[in-house]
Design a protein around this ligand. Structure first.
Ligand code: HEC
Ligand code: HEC
Length: 204
């Protein structure tokens, strides 16, 4: 599915033959909603093939739920969230959000393509130990030793590197402004460190 920026997503879904009716959006049938609506961008089972769209497979249920509510309440405000997820999340009620979180969190984990070996090793070191003399904290402290996530700390393992880098950028520029802790962390990373960590995480 190819979408330009700032086009009404619901209308585009409709033109692709996907009707997101209130009955479906509030059906509490996460599997069906995921297959009929979410898979158009996030891939089957949340295994997205396009770096624009984050992987949702094996993501923690608490994080998925928090993000869908964040989109619904317009608290997560970067342009990509606004353009793609606000309209969709608005149609989901709490029961649908919960059943989608349950569905995606149970989809098996996958790892992405590996990249440059030296950068991967550098990224792993930053992830596991941080860069103490530069004030960069160890990502593993919150995201888990295997980047598997826990509760509202998201899984990062296997995520598209382009998506990860874009998120670090929107935490820094303040448009994803509802996550003060992670925004503070993002500010400690320079471009080279962010790139290394993203390459490492994608390959995990
Ligand atoms: C038209 C394309 C599109 C569709 C359809 C779509 N999404 Fe998204 N989704 C996106 C994009 C783009 C992002 C990344 C937004 C950003 O950069 O902030 C995203 C982000 C998310 C996130 C945040 C992931 C993270 O790691 O923070 C969740 C959760 C999510 N979508 C769930 C869903 C669910 C559930 C559905 C089906 C009801 C769905 N999406 C349908 C495009 C889409
Ligand atoms: C003190 C805890 C903490 C530390 C340390 C931390 N993070 Fe996070 N991170 C979070 C939280 C909490 C979120 C979810 C924010 C939200 O709710 O939107 C997050 C979200 C993210 C996201 C967005 C994921 C997505 O799917 O959209 C990325 C990317 C990220 N962190 C990268 C990192 C990297 C790289 C490091 C190490 C340099 C790191 N984090 C260290 C707490 C932390």
């Amino acid at each position: 599915m190819i979408l330009g920026p700032r086009l009404p997503v619901i209308a585009l879904l409709a033109s692709a033959g996907l009707t997101f009716t209130p009955a479906l959006a509030q059906s509490e049938d996460g599997t069906r909603i995921a297959m009929q609506i979410c898979s158009g961008c996030h891939g089957v089972g949340g295994r997205s093939e396009s770096p624009m769209f984050p992987q949702l497979n094996a993501q923690t249920p608490e994080y998925i739920e928090a993000q869908l509510k964040g989109f619904r309440e317009h608290a997560r405000g970067e342009n990509t969230a606004r353009d793609y997820m606000w309209g969709i999340a608005a149609l989901l009620d709490d029961a649908a959000v919960q059943s989608l979180a349950d569905y995606f969190s149970h989809q098996p984990a996958t790892r992405g393509a590996s990249g440059d070996a030296a950068l991967t090793a550098r990224g792993q070191k930053i992830f596991e130990r941080g860069v103490p003399d530069k004030g960069v904290p160890a990502c593993a402290t919150c995201h888990g030793a295997q980047a598997q996530g826990a509760g509202t700390f998201p899984r990062l393992a296997g995520q598209h590197k382009e998506y990860l880098l874009h998120q670090i950028e929107v935490f820094k520029n303040g448009t994803r402004g509802n996550a003060p802790v992670m925004s503070a962390v993002a500010h400690t990373l320079n471009d080279e460190q962010a790139k290394a960590v993203a390459i490492y995480l994608q390959s995990k």
